[in-house]
Design a protein around this ligand. Structure first.
Ligand code: FES
Length: 596
């Protein structure tokens, strides 16, 4: 009996026609798993989590030895000890993979005047003596000339020993009129963390708050993927009960703390030295990382609990940080327009000039904004996960073994670029886009997006369906008609969003002065191919600006400057949200958009 094994977070799937060992299945899918003992069941490195399966095997003695009871309860097993016999969905933790998938953290360099929320002031106090019985904290307030200065009990407890052991000198770390911590001397290179919590990945930037420079950056797959590939699936899980929502919250916070610890370790610092945070994300991620009830986001009319900026303590959110550290969570706009969109628009100049500018952040939901005629209007369109490799037979995320670029010559022969230079095992979004654009340009797809079957390079599979091979060899990576249909639906949704905005603000395509493209897929795609398949309006290439993870850049700007926070909040008020589903012409634009 045929069955499917799906590997997350890579998004890879393989078909099996007989029972298979999970480690072998991963290898067959081209995934390089840790297997130090070569599958003997002794090293304990090949950890997987069974997310969905008809039958979860009882743990073997080896698994009981290597995995905790909590892990076993949560479906963790050793791949080499697991036999797969039916449809199974697996999660492979990053620690079990030899090569991580590519996690985009790069964005434009931050151009932002420094104005951090956290300040350090080193003060030298007059020593207490019998003729001056002023309390320690009153001395601090007097030295700071701020009677409103206050601190929590833990901080106040730390002041007396420092004063008396440090010659009445103390370094105050303050946010506004609140002393969040005290140290003996000024901390050189004070640390802050800017985080873009994406549905697929979490990008973290460790920042020197004195210079505003990024010290180091790191990305990791969002571990929530284990509970649903798309946002709606995760929301459905979260709203089942409070424990589920807490689980998604904790997973996210633990992942951020883990990356932060790792980055700090790399520079010989401690995670408990991080003083300030800025966290952005789409509205679902925002609600989950803040541990806000997400029920209203899961059902129409998809109303957020809160759109205002929030300033919780890092401690409240269970983030590893300096005691007293705070988190800035910028405002969200609507159920599908989050603070990552605001950060993207802020970082790319929206609201700062009058240029007619289109901003597109391509993901499972693609947020699009058009600035024109004194307005900034945003929409969110359900473009689906096809550009992230899901719902495509050989689709996968950008990871070693993924075809990232394809050139097709006149005879239908392909030249492919594979990430990591290894054997192709799948194709990621940019490769799929290249392929579809060139299949169309070479006349191998007709205007309705159907394969032209009489061309020699179009193969026919055993079911009589057309197929195009991107790579050769005994196990080629192929594109089917169903795959092409998925891509056309995805690009059609994006184009319809753009057309609605241009229609709404009465802008013709050639009036657009700049198209800003963000997101992991957007960074690797070739704009000429996006124009070639009609995903973007046809414009001169020099009007296209690829900005990488601009939401991460915006989060960094807001981390290092309270002025940036205010400007971004003003921008948020200016953004008008347009609901596509109630726009009368949307169905027509969508029908036009899905043409090849
Ligand atoms: S490969 Fe060593 S325990 Fe599975």
């Amino acid at each position: 009996m045929d069955f499917t094994v799906e590997f997350q977070p890579l998004g890879l799937r393989i078909q099996c026609d007989q029972d298979i060992n999970a480690l072998d299945a991963a290898r067959q899918a081209g995934i390089q798993m840790m297997a130090v003992c070569g599958g003997e069941g002794t090293c304990g490195k090949c950890v997987i989590q069974i997310l969905e399966s008809k039958q979860l095997q009882q743990p073997t003695p080896t698994e009981i030895k290597h995995l905790s009871p909590q892990q076993l309860d949560a479906g963790f097993r050793l791949a080499c000890m697991t036999t797969l016999t039916a449809d199974t969905k697996l999660y492979i933790p990053a620690s079990s993979i030899i090569e991580d998938q590519i996690m985009q953290t790069e964005g434009d360099a931050v151009q932002q005047e420094l104005h951090p929320a956290i300040k350090q002031t080193t003060i030298i106090l007059n020593k207490a003596y019998l003729k001056d019985l002023t309390s320690d904290f009153s001395r601090v307030k007097n030295a700071m000339v701020d009677p409103s200065l206050h601190a929590n009990l833990d901080t106040i407890r730390r002041i007396p020993p420092i004063l008396r052991e440090n010659d009445w000198t103390v370094n105050l770390i303050t946010r506004g009129n609140r002393v969040i911590n005290v140290t003996r001397k000024k901390i050189e290179t004070p640390l802050g963390l800017a985080v873009d919590v994406g549905s697929t990945k979490i990008a973290c930037y460790l920042i020197d708050l004195d210079s505003g420079k990024v010290i180091t950056a790191k990305g990791t797959p969002n571990p929530q993927i284990a509970y649903g590939e798309d946002i709606m699936a995760r929301l459905a899980f979260a709203i089942q009960n409070r424990e589920n929502a807490e689980k998604l919250h904790t997973l996210t916070m633990d992942a951020i703390s883990l990356i932060a610890s790792d980055m700090c370790r790399r520079i010989n610092r401690e995670v408990h030295e991080i003083m300030d945070f800025c966290l952005v994300g789409n509205t679902a991620m925002h609600h989950l990382f803040l541990n806000l009830p997400a029920d209203s986001l899961a059902v129409s009319p998809f109303v957020p609990v809160m759109t205002d900026p929030l300033y919780p303590s890092a401690n409240t959110l269970h983030l590893s940080a300096m005691p007293g550290a705070g988190v800035y969570a910028p405002p969200v706009k609507a159920g599908f327009i989050g603070s990552d969109h605001l950060a993207f628009l802020y970082a790319t100049g929206f609201g700062k000039d009058n240029k007619i500018r289109l901003g597109i952040d391509i993901g499972t939901n693609t947020e699009i904004a058009l600035q024109a005629n004194g307005h900034i209007v945003s929409v969110s369109t359900a473009s689906g996960p096809a550009f992230e490799g899901a719902h495509i037979a050989f689709g996968m995320r950008a990871a070693p073994g993924a075809i990232e670029h394809v050139t097709i010559d006149e005879d239908g022969k392909t030249i492919i670029d594979v990430i990591g230079g290894q054997k192709a095992i799948g194709v990621c979004g940019s490769g799929i886009l290249d392929a579809v654009a060139q299949l169309r340009a070479r006349g191998l797809l007709n205007h309705r997006g159907r394969f032209v079957k009489d061309r020699p390079c179009i193969q026919i599979d055993e079911n009589g369906k057309p197929l195009f091979a991107l790579s050769d060899g005994s196990q080629p990576v192929t594109l089917s008609q169903e795959d092409i249909d998925q891509i056309l639906l995805a690009k059609g949704a994006i184009r319809a969003g753009i057309d609605v905005l241009m229609d709404h603000l009465q802008i013709k395509p050639n009036q657009v002065e700049e198209v800003v493209i963000a997101g992991a897929f957007g960074s690797y795609m070739l704009p000429e191919h996006a124009m070639g398949i009609g995903m973007l309006p046809t414009l001169p290439l020099d009007r296209m600006r690829i900005v990488g993870n601009a939401a991460g850049t915006g989060a960094q700007m807001m981390l290092i400057s309270t002025n940036a926070r205010q400007e971004a909040e003003t921008l948020a008020e200016k953004i008008e949200y347009l609901e596509l589903t109630v726009y009368p012409e949307f169905p027509i634009f969508y029908a036009n958009g899905i043409r090849a």
